[in-house]
Design a protein around this ligand. Structure first.
Ligand SMILES: Cc1cc2nc3c(=O)[nH]c(=O)nc-3n(C[C@H](O)[C@H](O)[C@H](O)COP(=O)(O)OP(=O)(O)OC[C@H]3O[C@@H](n4cnc5c(N)ncnc54)[C@H](O)[C@@H]3O)c2cc1C
Length: 348
């Protein structure tokens, strides 16, 4: 039997592509080796606005609609709550920032997402000198729960193989691809930063950016909304909060570091006024690309080998849209915008 697809990697990208395959009744197997952690350590926030500059993220208003129905469908399939609404409050550091927020909230593209009202802080546990701006239509995806529940279903159906995909075992024939005992029509690589080991695509300029979070416990904080200051404070329930993240272009390991913990604690203590304890720390590599656009499409020489990658720091919103685009490209011949097509880099 020749399967329709092998999917390599089961993070947000792999799961999004698997959803396309499920919705179109395609046959497939997935390989996953837990070598990358990006999706599992992510903050889980979806938010279409860049909160440093008060601008819309690239094509985010379209992506948020696709993502909303995507995660709702996944919830129905898994019979689990995956999405929760979570307001994000932007802490202003200066009056100037506050004024810039007002200006931005008046722009047609942003008015749906930036509330023009200033929010007065009522929580004595945090120091908020210039009020907050509230971002609307934001929330949180329980990625770990979603990936684990989805993976469990796939495992039960013998569709998920908990092994590393070995690139040198691929044999390309005229009619199909042979991988060990499996025959398939297409392979979709969705390995995040792990693509660096993939000889078909490792010359693409996916540089990766390491991010770390600390998890703190504070009984006195009692914060319900997420706060965005120089870092995020994301409530997890049970007096736990995710605090971060760092951005590091040099270190490409997934190990946690003391430097990151100290940096995050220093930033947190600038506005947190109550005691807390660091109870955990996590790290992962964001699959970031030189031009900050996804990397999707088909290999220049091998028509049945594809990539779904480059989600950078916005995988929650990007992955469902990009998976759909890649699926339509492969199955229906729909052309890809040059901006996202991996062939925009001539060195393939
Ligand atoms: C600290 C941090 C915070 C973040 N916060 C957010 C956030 O709040 N919101 C948001 O939208 N995004 C966030 N991101 C970004 C988001 O996590 C990424 O965009 C997204 O997870 C990328 O998903 P992916 O599936 O492409 O890659 P990955 O999550 O890296 O998944 C790739 C998978 O492929 C597997 N794999 C690799 N090689 C092989 C192989 N040879 N064989 C088998 N399996 C293999 C890996 O084990 C991995 O599971 C954050 C990232 C980090 C690091």
């Amino acid at each position: 039997m020749v399967l329709d697809y092998i999917v390599v990697g089961f993070g947000l990208s792999g799961l999004s592509f698997v959803e396309e395959l499920e919705n179109h009744n395609k046959s497939y197997v997935v390989f996953e080796d837990a070598s990358q952690q990006s999706s599992r350590v992510a903050g889980g926030l979806y938010n279409p606005v860049i909160l440093k500059r008060f601008t819309m993220a690239w094509q985010a208003s379209k992506q948020i609609e696709t993502a909303a129905s995507f995660y709702k469908d996944v919830e129905t399939k898994l019979q689990k709550t995956v999405v929760s609404e979570l307001p994000i409050l932007r802490r202003f550091n200066t009056v100037e920032e506050q004024n810039n927020w007002f200006e931005a909230s008046d722009k047609p593209v942003l008015e749906k997402f930036l509330s023009p009202e200033l929010i007065r802080n009522t929580n004595p546990a945090v120091d908020i000198p210039f009020h907050y701006g509230k971002v609307k239509h934001t929330g949180k995806i329980d990625i770990v729960n979603m990936l684990s529940a989805y993976a469990k279903n796939l495992r039960e159906n013998h569709i998920l193989i908990d092994k590393s995909f070995e690139y040198d075992k691929i044999i390309l024939t005229k009619d199909y691809i042979q991988y060990k005992e499996i025959k398939c029509k297409h392979i979709v690589f969705a390995e995040g930063y792990g693509v660096k080991n993939n000889p078909f695509f490792n010359d693409l300029p996916l540089h990766g950016n390491k991010g770390e979070y600390i998890i703190i416990r504070s009984k006195a904080l009692k914060q319900k909304e997420a706060i965005k200051s120089s870092i995020f404070v994301i409530p997890l329930g049970d007096d736990l909060y995710k605090v971060g993240a760092t951005y590091n272009n040099q270190d490409k390991s997934s190990e946690i570091t003391t430097t990151a913990r100290e940096e995050l604690q220093k930033k947190l203590e600038k506005f947190l006024k109550v005691p807390y304890k660091v109870v955990d720390q996590v790290a992962g590599i964001r699959p970031t690309v030189r031009d900050r656009r996804p990397l999707i499409g088909t290999h220049a020489r091998y028509a049945n080998i594809h990539i779904l990658n480059g989600m950078g720091s916005r995988g929650i919103l990007l992955a469902p849209t990009m998976a759909k685009k890649l699926y339509n490209h492969i199955e229906k011949g729909t052309s890809l915008d040059k901006e996202i097509d991996c062939k925009r880099y001539k060195n393939l």
